[in-house]
Design a protein. Structure first.
Length: 157
């Protein structure tokens, strides 16, 4: 038996308009440009266009701009949250990142890169979700981590 989704019909690939109907994040802190593939509640492949005009590159680092690892982790969390929220039809819910285990950074991400964001949901209970995440550029692994999220209903967020 299929439940009716709280979201508009969502069929990948899709861009920012649909992403903004799922996630509560907005610029300058929305770190997913498009969703390439998604199995709601199970996995997602998304992308982030690393725009050279991002203000953070003025300070990180002016002579050698690099996307901060914390932003890569946030982008992965946002991508995983899209899958989780679609899987639960949880429009308006907010996923709070509560843990990052085993994070490894293997390659720098620089302006002009397209960062591929992959997440597989490995645990999903009523409030806690866990995802295995990987960020890549041109097939090269940039970062990996196990991430944990707690979901808050819209009225409790």
């Amino acid at each position: 038996m299929q439940t009716e989704s709280a979201f508009p019909a969502v069929e990948p690939p899709f861009g920012r308009d649909l992403i903004e109907s799922i996630l509560p994040h907005r610029d300058p802190f929305l770190w997913v440009s498009r969703v390439v593939a998604c199995d709601p509640g199970a996995s997602i492949v998304a992308e982030l266009d690393v725009d050279e005009s991002l203000a953070l590159f003025q300070g990180h680092f002016p002579a050698h701009p690099v996307l901060p690892g914390v932003i890569i982790m946030e982008a992965l969390a946002q991508a995983a949250s899209i899958s989780i929220l679609l899987g639960r039809s949880s429009q308006g819910a907010i996923g709070f990142l509560t843990g990052i285990d085993g994070a490894k950074f293997r390659r720098q991400v620089v302006p002009g890169d397209v960062l591929r964001l992959e997440a597989t949901i490995v645990k999903s209970s009523s409030r806690l979700c866990v995802a295995e995440t990987t960020a890549l550029v041109n097939g090269e692994v940039c970062a990996t981590a196990t991430q944990k999220y707690v979901l808050a209903a819209p009225e409790r967020a």
